[in-house]
Design a protein around this ligand. Structure first.
Ligand code: SAJ
Length: 406
């Protein structure tokens, strides 16, 4: 059967929407990407990108040059609509971690006037259970004549920042439709670019599966972080302990660090807690363990700093994980900001992946930090830091939150 070329409207041109829109365009679909940010729209239309992700610039350029991808501030009619907008926290007093669905609701309202019978609406945004039904309800309210005639499905994104393009193609994909027809339509579309298995389910199960994936990782990182604190108290090397325990055929402990950053793993578990506050006890505790780790690191540094009259504290790494430049929700940023505010001494932060104008405090070259620091705090396992010669730092107080300066 010949592959159907569709007109696809992608709402939200961020880390998920833009790669997905470009990928679909390079597979021959006519794609309109929609974003509320005029600058992002202009940048994309000129074949460039406004976010950092390896090789995305090449994909976007080729999609725009082919004529199959364009960006705009408003949607239009199409065959399939993909919602890839953020789901942050509400941040309200009393329930600060409740999910904020306003972007999804606004995107649904924006596409509603353009919907036609037999259209498919796919929610890709990570969402609390029941959100796909909310999308369906809004459409039903705004376009009652289309009730039961527009298909809706949840196809959660699962790509790892830094490897988005590879994982977009290779990962298995969950498709949760509110009807069987919705699943079949979504499956046909994802098959045009996805080599992984397409796994079919209902929308609520798909929503929870996505949240569960990130919660699984969060709980396991919390286990590692708690172990690191226990080992510190007992004077045992946590990295060696984990490496040894992981030699058991059914043990696979993750790695401790300065805390959990990024906009997914530190956020999504709260959506489960929000839906089942009494039941999600372990998931909530894991979040709290990970959120408290930066404070523990800060206290560790402050305690070591007592030994010095005017300590120079070298902080290695600000990004939320290794070999990326993303500072958002980074525990390292919080730690460095707090150390600067504490006035304990001179804080020299080093982040080789970030230009000075992107950082809210002075950045230093690695060689200067290694020369001047009394205390060396390793926060991110960037390659530049894992290659530091142990001889150069042998006389310093080293606090290594990632276990790479052994
Ligand atoms: N981290 C640790 N120890 C570890 C692993 C990670 O402390 O052993 C920390 C990292 O340093 C970072 C945070 O966890 O601060 C999150 O990093 P990550 O690499 O685990 O995940 P993200 O946030 O970049 O992407 C995750 C992925 N989810 C899973 O692996 C289950 C990705 O597949 C999702 O698509 C993405 O969330 C998302 O968008 O939901």
């Amino acid at each position: 059967m010949a592959r159907e070329i569709q007109k696809i409207i992608v709402m939200g041109l961020g880390y998920i929407g833009l790669p997905t829109a470009s990928m679909l365009a390079t597979k021959g679909h006519q794609v309109l990407g929609v974003d509320v940010n005029q600058k992002a729209v202009d940048t994309i239309n000129s074949g460039r990108i406004h976010i950092v992700e390896p090789d995305l610039d090449i994909l976007v350029r080729s999609a725009v040059n082919s004529g199959n991808l364009r960006a705009a501030m408003e949607p239009e009619e199409g065959d399939t609509f993909i919602l890839a907008v953020p789901t942050p926290f509400m941040g309200i007093e009393g329930n600060p971690k409740a999910p904020d669905l306003s972007y999804i609701e606004a995107a649904t309202r924006a596409i509603a006037p353009h919907l036609r019978e037999d259209n498919l609406v796919i929610l890709e945004s990570t969402s609390p259970v029941g959100t796909t039904e909310v999308v369906e309800r809004i459409i039903g309210e705004l376009r009652p004549e289309l009730a039961g005639k527009v298909h809706t499905a949840h196809c959660p994104e699962r790509v790892l920042p830094g490897h988005i393009l590879r994982e977009l193609v290779d990962n298995d994909r969950i498709i949760g439709g509110t009807t069987k027809a919705a699943v079949a339509k979504a499956k046909a579309l994802y098959k045009t670019f996805c080599n992984g298995a397409i796994l079919e389910t209902d929308s609520r199960t798909a929503e929870l599966s996505k949240l569960v994936e990130n919660s699984f990782r969060d709980v396991n990182i919390a286990f590692a972080n708690e172990l690191s604190i226990i080992c510190d108290r007992l004077g045992i090397n946590v990295w060696e302990t984990i490496a040894l325990a992981n030699r058991h055929p059914r043990v696979n402990i993750l790695q401790p660090g300065p805390g959990v950053g990024g906009h997914c793993i530190a956020v999504d578990p709260w959506f489960i807690v929000s839906s089942a506050p009494e039941e999600a006890r372990l998931i909530r505790t894991a979040r709290e363990v990970n959120d408290n780790k930066p404070q523990w690191v800060i206290q560790k540094v402050l305690a070591k700093a007592q030994r010095f009259k005017d300590p120079v504290i070298g902080c290695l790494g600000l990004a939320f994980k290794a070999n990326i430049d993303d500072l958002r929700e980074s525990p390292s940023m919080d730690i460095v900001k707090h150390l600067i505010q504490s006035g304990i001494g001179k804080v020299m932060a080093c982040e080789p992946n970030v230009q000075q104008d992107k950082a809210p405090f002075p950045l230093y070259e690695l060689k200067d930090v290694l020369k001047e620091a009394d205390i060396l705090l390793l926060l991110v396992d960037h390659t530049e830091f894992t290659e530091i010669d142990p001889q150069v730092i042998k006389d310093k107080v080293v606090i290594d939150t990632k276990g790479v300066l052994r």
